[in-house]
Design a protein around this ligand. Structure first.
Ligand code: GAL
Length: 640
């Protein structure tokens, strides 16, 4: 597969007279792909049932004639105003019970049958018309499911659909819902919460104090399944008319739906990478770190998502939107340092991307994103990012092929575990995402390339080290596969701490065969009361007390075992700070026979099948592995 570049274009925003020139300039800049259409519903179907495809026919023809390949988006993230008049109850409802209003985007509820039928209609029209168009070389469904906090809706439509989902989940002998099975699974006897009928079950918002965690977890699973079903509806329609690959563009740190499940129906995963936009509110990083990387982005955050979405795409993934300059939506929006647009692009290729597309071609002079950079200014002159894009295009000539490879280390990321931690954190601010991400950081500081994996027993073969922090739900098959994998496996905290219904299992967790560890009780800690470890570093925020006969690798100064090991299994009984985490990763790597490095704070490396890439996110030259890496640099070495 070739490494390619592209951009996001909105022909409906610009006079037809400039389309051809735009297309020519895109091709001259070395771009292959142009994504269009994903917000254009009001111009494709200005009134219910009246379609205007002339402009879209022409736009596709003009772009195609310049040699560009079109990614056609379905416009379902932006239902027009007439849609809301037609289906007033299609709006998503927030946790306070307020409908989300028309006037921006993503205002629909995934459970509204009327809206889904409208989506099926518009997608059918598009697929029929462009399914065989020679210039339409890929599709994108909708836009950024879950962005702007839109996965979960507390609407009437969601309530009805949830009741139906529960009936299937708790189906009794007659194949209809068995309400006693649900009461038992949720433990509804506690506080007299027993239900007599599925029709009585409400959504878990606006309760007096916290709702039952089992109820919330099922609602989170249901909400995720609604996204999968919504996407599948579109995929099936497109596939009936087109053999072009279908993608969706996911976002950074959106975890409210199971991306692996959505990805299973698609050909390509893609994501929208805004390294500076993410830095302040999505990256677990101190204020000092944010300041140091304000114009470069976090050195691990993009890479983590590259590796995650490679798993979601089962090997095939793109950047659908790459930040090309300042964005408009973060608390502060600095310009990237010169060189970063190039560095981000190459980093994606180093993690196996097939394409990097820049958002957007030209800065918009109107509406919400006026202060968001494009590759062109609103007056069509070049913006600073475009020179770097050209440079990447030139450099790709010397390294044109994606060469995929299996990393030596696997890190499991499980959306279900993320929901379970969020529902029952036991400690303000405790986050599974952060636990996994900090583990990833430590692996990267050790110079290791990582594959992120779903919690799938069939995916574990061939790794030397498997790291699975915080897997609250660990079915027996996964426990067995981990033990049998032949890898060194690092698990805990909260491994198998709840059964599938969010109840504490007995025997007590983790109950992993071959590991003599029982978590007898847990405690959470104030941020200012970490407990030091004997060998340096600390356990912070959350820790478990173990009854164990395993070898103690690390203990606290107050005499508790924190990291223990037996056979090829290592159990970590808490959140470790960065020092302790790095030490444990080195111990585990050494046991797995992996060589590690001690990379500087700003330097990272990543291997593809044939190359090793080095990236320095810092503004100073840094030494690593016996070499000097200049500021903001990309270094590519051919390994074989
Ligand atoms: C993305 C979105 C784009 C645009 C962009 C601005 O989240 O998909 O449509 O809004 O952000 O950075």
């Amino acid at each position: 597969m070739k490494r390619t570049l592209g951009t996001c274009y909105y022909p409906e925003h610009w006079p037809r007279e400039i389309w051809a020139d735009d297309a020519r300039r895109m091709a001259e800049a070395g771009l292959t792909w142009v994504r269009i259409g994903e917000f254009a519903w009001s111009r494709i179907e200005p009134e219910p049932g009246r379609y205007d495809f002339d402009w879209l026919d022409e736009a596709i023809a003009v772009l195609g004639a310049a040699g560009l390949r079109v990614v056609l988006g379905t416009p379902t993230a932006t239902p027009p105003r007439w849609m809301v008049n037609r289906h007033p109850d299609m709006l998503a409802v927030d946790a306070e019970g307020r409908p989300r209003k028309f006037g921006s985007r993503r205002h629909y509820c995934f459970s509204h049958e009327g809206y889904k039928a409208e989506c099926a209609k518009i997608v059918t029209r598009l697929a029929e018309r462009y399914g065989q168009n020679p210039h339409v070389a890929a599709w994108q469904t909708d836009n950024e499911y879950g962005c702007h906090d839109t996965t979960i809706s507390y609407s009437d439509a969601a309530r009805k659909a949830f009741q139906g989902w529960l009936r299937v989940r708790y189906a009794g002998a007659s194949n209809d819902g068995d309400i006693h099975a649900l009461n038992e699974a949720w433990g509804n006897v506690f506080w007299s919460m027993d239900y007599g009928s599925f029709d009585d079950i409400d959504l878990p918002n606006l309760t007096v104090t916290e709702p039952n965690p089992s109820h919330v977890l099922d609602f989170r699973r249901f909400s995720s399944d609604q996204v999968t079903a919504f996407n599948r509806l579109q995929v099936e329609i497109i596939r009936a008319h087109s053999s072009a690959p279908i993608a969706h563009n996911y976002m950074g740190r959106v975890t409210d739906f199971d991306h692996y499940k959505v990805g299973a129906d698609l050909d390509i995963a893609s994501w929208d990478s805004y390294p500076l936009g993410f830095l302040e509110d999505r990256v677990p990083a101190s204020v000092e770190q944010q300041r140091a990387y304000a114009r470069q982005g976090d050195p691990d955050f993009q890479a983590f998502h590259h590796d995650l979405y490679r798993a979601v795409g089962r090997g095939r993934w793109w950047i659908m939107e790459q930040q090309p300059g300042p964005v408009n939506w973060a608390p502060h929006n600095p310009a990237p340092l010169t060189g970063m647009v190039r560095l981000w692009s190459w980093e994606a290729f180093a993690h196996g991307a097939e394409a990097v597309c820049y958002f957007r071609w030209r800065q918009a002079p109107m509406a919400q994103e006026q202060m968001h950079a494009g590759l062109l200014r609103p007056d069509s002159a070049e913006a600073p990012g475009l020179a770097e894009v050209r440079q990447v295009a030139d450099e790709l000539a010397a390294a044109p092929q994606v060469s995929p490879s299996r990393a030596p280390v696997a890190l499991i990321f499980d959306y279900d575990a993320e929901w379970a931690w969020a529902i029952q954190p036991h400690c303000a601010g405790l986050s599974y995402f952060e636990l996994v991400f900090e583990t990833y950081r430590a692996l990267r500081r050790a110079g290791l390339s990582v594959d992120v994996l779903p919690p799938d027993p069939a995916a574990l073969d061939g790794y030397k080290l498997i790291v699975a922090p915080g897997l609250v739900h660990m079915p027996d098959a996964l426990k067995a596969a981990l033990t049998a994998s032949g890898a060194i496996a690092l698990v805990g905290p909260r491994t198998a701490a709840r059964d599938g219904s969010m109840r504490i299992p007995v025997p007590l967790p983790p109950n992993v065969p071959g590991l003599d560890v029982t978590v007898t009780h847990v405690e959470s800690l104030r941020p200012d009361t970490p407990v030091s470890l004997e060998r340096g570093g600390a356990v912070r925020s959350y820790r478990e007390v173990l009854d164990t006969g395993a070898e103690v690798l690390e203990s606290t100064t107050d005499g508790q075992a924190v990291v223990v090991s037996q056979g090829r299994l290592i159990y970590v009984a808490g959140f470790l700070d960065r020092d302790a985490m790095r030490r444990i990763i080195k111990i585990a790597s050494a046991r797995a026979g992996l060589e590690t490095l001690d990379l500087p704070e700003s330097v990272r490396c990543r291997d593809t099948g044939e190359e090793r890439f080095w990236f320095n996110y810092g503004t100073h030259t840094e030494d690593a592995d016996g070499r000097a890496f200049p500021p903001l640099s990309v270094t590519r070495e051919v390994l074989r």
